[in-house]
Design a protein around this ligand. Structure first.
Ligand SMILES: NC(=O)c1ccc[n+]([C@@H]2O[C@H](COP(=O)([O-])OP(=O)(O)OC[C@H]3O[C@@H](n4cnc5c(N)ncnc54)[C@H](OP(=O)(O)O)[C@@H]3O)[C@@H](O)[C@H]2O)c1
Length: 298
C-alpha cells in the first residue's frame, strides 16, 4: 500500500530558512493552513494565523508553539465573509506589524448549501474569491513596501469545472454547490494572473496552488457518503502536511525559478484549464470585483 501511495503522492522537502519574514495565512486553524503555518514557523517566519474563530485560532497557535521550538505565531480575528472584519483585520495589521512578505490566501469554504456573506454575496464566491481579493487590496501597500514579497492563492483542480457566471455571480437564479465552488476556484486563478501583471514591477509575485486531494475538514458540507469514502480511501489522499507542500514550495523557491501568475501543483508549474488562461475574463472579473466591493484598484 505504501509503495502505491508514494507513486501517487510525491514527497518533497526543503531546508530553506526564512528568518526575519512575516506571513499571514488565512484559515490557519486547521487543515492545510495550519500545516503551512507550522512549517513556515519552523523556518523562522513570524506567522499570523488569520482565523474567524479566535478560540480555534489561539488553540492552533498553542499547538504550533508546542511542536515548533521558538515558533513566533499569533492568532488574529478575520472573517472573510464580512468586509468590516476584513477592514478591521487590515487596520490592526498595519498598526501592529512593520512588514508583510507572504500573504497566503488559504481559507476556503466548499460546496455548502446556499447562504450569503454579511455583505450579501453567495458564500463561496464571497469568501473564497471576494474576501481574499479585498484582503489583498488592503494589504498591498505593505507587501510592496516589504518586497520581495509574495501572494499565494489556494485554488483547486475543481477550477477545471468552473465558469465565471457574470450574469449570476451570486447563484441567485440557479445555485449549485459544486458549480459555485468551481467558479470560486477558477476566480482564484484568474485573480492571480491579473494581480501578477499589476504588481510584478514592484517586486510582489503571485502564484496559485492546487494542493491535491487532501484529508481535511473541507468535506464538512458534503454529507456522510462522501466523508465515509474519503475516510476509507484515506491512503489515496494527502495528509494536511503533504497538502501544504506546494504552498510552501511557492514560498521558498527562488523567484527566478518561478513563473509569476502561474499555477502550481505537486511542487511544479502546471497548466490550468483553458478558462484559467482567459485574460479577458480575468480583467472583467477584476472590474466586477472592484465594483461589488466599491473599491478603485487600477
Ligand atoms: N482539502 C482538499 O482536498 C483541497 C483540494 C483543493 C483545494 N483545497 C483548498 O485548500 C484550502 C484549504 O482547505 P483545507 O482543505 O485545509 O480545508 P479546511 O480544513 O476546511 O480549512 C478551511 C479553513 O478556512 C477557514 N474559513 C472558512 N470560512 C472562513 C471565513 N469566512 N473566514 C475566515 N476563514 C474561513 C476555516 O475556518 P473554520 O475552521 O473556522 O471553519 C478553516 O480554517 C481551501 O482554499 C480549499 O479550497 C483543498
Amino acid at each position: 500500500m505504501q509503495a502505491i501511495r508514494s507513486l501517487i503522492i510525491p514527497g518533497w522537502s526543503s531546508d530553506v530558512r526564512l528568518e526575519g519574514k512575516t506571513a499571514i495565512i488565512t484559515g490557519a486553524n486547521v487543515g492545510i493552513g495550519k500545516e503551512t503555518a507550522k512549517d513556515l514557523a519552523g523556518r523562522g517566519v513570524r506567522v499570523i494565523l488569520a482565523c474567524r474563530d479566535m478560540a480555534k485560532g489561539e488553540q492552533a497557535a498553542r499547538d504550533i508553539m508546542r511542536e515548533v521550538k521558538g515558533a513566533k505565531v499569533v492568532a488574529r480575528q478575520l472573517d472573510l465573509a464580512d468586509t468590516k472584519s476584513i477592514c478591521q483585520f487590515a487596520e490592526n495589521f498595519y498598526n501592529d506589524e512593520k512588514a508583510l512578505h507572504y500573504l497566503i490566501n488559504n481559507a476556503g469554504v466548499a460546496m455548502c448549501p446556499y447562504s450569503t456573506t454579511v455583505d450579501g454575496y453567495e458564500m463561496q464566491f464571497g469568501v473564497n474569491h471576494l474576501g481574499h481579493f479585498f484582503l489583498t487590496f488592503l494589504l498591498l501597500d505593505l507587501l510592496k513596501h516589504s518586497a520581495p514579497s509574495r501572494v499565494i492563492n489556494l485554488s483547486s483542480l475543481a477550477h477545471t469545472m468552473g465558469k465565471i457566471q457574470f450574469d449570476d455571480l451570486s447563484g441567485e437564479k440557479d445555485y449549485h454547490p459544486v458549480r459555485a465552488y468551481a467558479q470560486s476556484k477558477l476566480a482564484n486563478i484568474l485573480f492571480t494572473r491579473e494581480l501578477s501583471k499589476r504588481i510584478e514591477a514592484q517586486g510582489v509575485m503571485a502564484y496559485s496552488v492546487d494542493p491535491g486531494m487532501v484529508n481535511t475538514e473541507i468535506t464538512r458540507h458534503l454529507g456522510n457518503p462522501i466523508v465515509t469514502i474519503s475516510k476509507t480511501m484515506s491512503f489515496l489522499f494527502k495528509t494536511p502536511a503533504e497538502g501544504a507542500y506546494t504552498t510552501i514550495y511557492c514560498a521558498v523557491t527562488p523567484e527566478n525559478e518561478m513563473v509569476t501568475g502561474g499555477y502550481y501543483k505537486d511542487c511544479a508549474f502546471a497548466e490550468t484549464s483553458r478558462a484559467g488562461q482567459d485574460d479577458g475574463t480575468a480583467l472583467k472579473l477584476w472590474a466586477v470585483s472592484c465594483q461589488l466591493l466599491g473599491i478603485r484598484w487600477r
